[in-house]
Design a protein around this ligand. Structure first.
Ligand SMILES: NC(=O)C1=CN([C@@H]2O[C@H](COP(=O)(O)OP(=O)(O)OC[C@H]3O[C@@H](n4cnc5c(N)ncnc54)[C@H](O)[C@@H]3O)[C@@H](O)[C@H]2O)C=CC1
Ligand SMILES: O=C(O)[C@@H](O)CS(=O)(=O)O
Ligand SMILES: [Zn+2]
Length: 437
């Protein structure tokens, strides 16, 4: 394989992991010991927030009344898109019952978790879209209680449009909490008395590590940390749009990689010329983030064939992957590791981020090798059941007794023996030698 790095990053998505893990471990230990008092203390010291944690109904209504009509229409439109996609996912999940052997009935139930915690970030930007990505999807899954958390916005209360989005999407309880203290509060049921069964939502390295650390005590959607984008482009791609889309996601933060995989050196060189110009033209917050992200994490990889690009791209397993190239169906068939795929220049990551419908909470740091993003499935449990006739129990009991004894599990074997003795009195069976050790 001949791949050439025209720009190689000094850092990778893994670079910051160890620092974040240390901070998170200490914070979770303190919150575990001191509960709500520790959470309030972190809210004050990290986010400058000393106001109420639970946003009361009257406050939600009062602040919703101040949201401009166009903002409401846009958020309502986006919630409808996300909900429709999530409802289609829900419909694709089927319960079934089947006969596996004469008299052996087995099946699958599909049930939502009882309590979901949905996080929406609010550090650098007010992530209004993340609010409805989580809550609307939990709602479509049929979750009974949805607890939603987002941090105070720039030292003040929760951003009003984000609060509106949580409420419109269907949150039952809304907490003004950000970061690790938010994730821990949802996991432990602080301020609500309702422990989350599953916690979903994106966040910075601290939020993502908190979810990863608590996984096991609570379910999580996926490792959804600092945003990533990769663009695949051939010589037919428009370098202006490719450069714009790379910068469009690099503005997320200092640790947001933007990668270009291409078979065209002229395209690559033109994109590399344009990206710094676009970054320079951004307002200060975005310029600062995108400038650092491109400098430290940006990469441009030149490949000689599209098959090589597929291999490189699957190795990076980018959260977002755009394809600006001929023969989009070929790419759809051959690419296998990405959080969400954007085929053709007519769509772009920002459309998926805000309003087109498929969820924007997506795997980062290579997690797309083994998982997709947030979907109704992450709130659902596929539970199995079985029942059988006495005649069927006889067939299954014989095999069970013998396999259990092969494993050395005599008590298991005897539960099968007991059925045979009850249902087939006086009959002899070949059930293996009783375990003596
Ligand atoms: N993978 C995905 O699906 C998505 C990822 N994102 C990512 O979410 C992230 C959002 O990050 P932020 O804007 O920072 O918002 P955030 O809400 O995730 O983090 C802000 C919180 O971090 C905590 N914090 C800040 N510095 C800390 C420190 N030194 N120690 C402990 N806690 C600290 C604070 O409590 C604060 O409330 C971005 O990296 C963005 O790229 C956003 C949307 C989707
Ligand atoms: O990582 C992501 O999915 C983000 O790009 C989503 S958003 O831009 O914050 O809406
Ligand atoms: Zn984005």
């Amino acid at each position: 394989m001949s791949t050439t790095y025209l720009k190689q990053a000094s850092r990778t998505p893994e670079t910051e992991t160890a620092t974040a893990q240390k901070v998170v471990t200490e914070m979770l230990a303190r919150i575990g010991a001191d509960g709500e008092a520790a959470v309030r203390d972190y809210a004050r010291t990290l986010d400058g927030w000393t106001g109420p944690i639970v946003v009361e109904r009257a406050e939600i209504d009062r602040r919703a009344a101040e949201v401009p009509a166009q903002v409401r229409r846009d958020i309502d439109f986006a919630i409808a898109q996300v909900s429709r996609f999530a409802e289609a996912q829900r419909a694709s999940l089927q319960e079934f019952a089947t006969e596996l052997h004469p008299g052996v009935q087995a099946g699958q139930r599909v049930l939502p978790v009882n309590v979901a915690g949905c996080y929406a970030p609010a550090g650098r930007y007010a992530h209004i879209a993340s609010a409805y990505m989580g809550v609307a999807t939990a709602k479509a899954a049929g979750v009974k209680t949805i607890v939603a958390c987002s941090g105070p916005f720039r030292g003040g209360p929760m951003h009003p449009h984000l609060l509106y989005a949580f409420d419109r999407a269907g949150a039952d309880v809304i907490l003004t909490l950000g970061g690790v203290q938010a994730i821990a509060s949802m996991a432990y049921g602080l301020f609500t008395g309702r422990r989350a069964d599953v916690i979903v939502g994106p966040g910075n390295k601290f939020v993502a590590e908190a979810k990863r650390t608590l996984f096991g005590q609570v379910g999580i959607d996926v490792f959804a940390g600092p945003s990533e984008v990769a663009v695949i482009a051939d010589e037919t791609a428009d370098p202006a749009l490719v450069a714009s889309d790379l910068v469009g996601q690099a503005e997320h933060g200092h640790e947001s990689p933007a990668w270009l995989f291409t078979t065209s050196r002229p395209l690559a060189e033109e994109v590399m010329r344009r990206v710094p110009v676009l970054i320079e033209a951004l307002p200060p917050t975005a310029r600062d983030a995108a400038g650092a992200a491109w400098a430290n994490y940006g990469e441009v990889v030149l490949c000689s064939t599209r098959e090589e690009i597929v291999a490189v791209s699957d190795r990076y397993a980018s959260e977002h992957l755009e394809v600006h190239a001929r023969d989009l169906d070929w790419w759809l068939q051959h690419l296998s590791c990405y959080g969400s795929l954007f085929l053709g220049e007519e769509t772009t990551v920002a459309f998926g981020d805000k309003a087109s419908g498929p969820n924007h909470v997506l795997p980062t740091k290579g997690a797309a090798r083994y998982s997709g993003g947030l979907s109704v499935h992450k709130f659902m449990k596929t539970l199995t059941w079985q029942r059988m006739s006495r005649e069927a129990a006889r067939d299954i009991a014989e095999v069970t007794a013998r396999i259990s004894r092969l494993e050395g599990m005599e008590a298991h074997a005897r539960t099968a023996d007991d059925r045979l003795a009850k249902y087939c009195p006086g009959q002899a069976f070949e059930l293996g030698e009783p375990v003596q050790v």
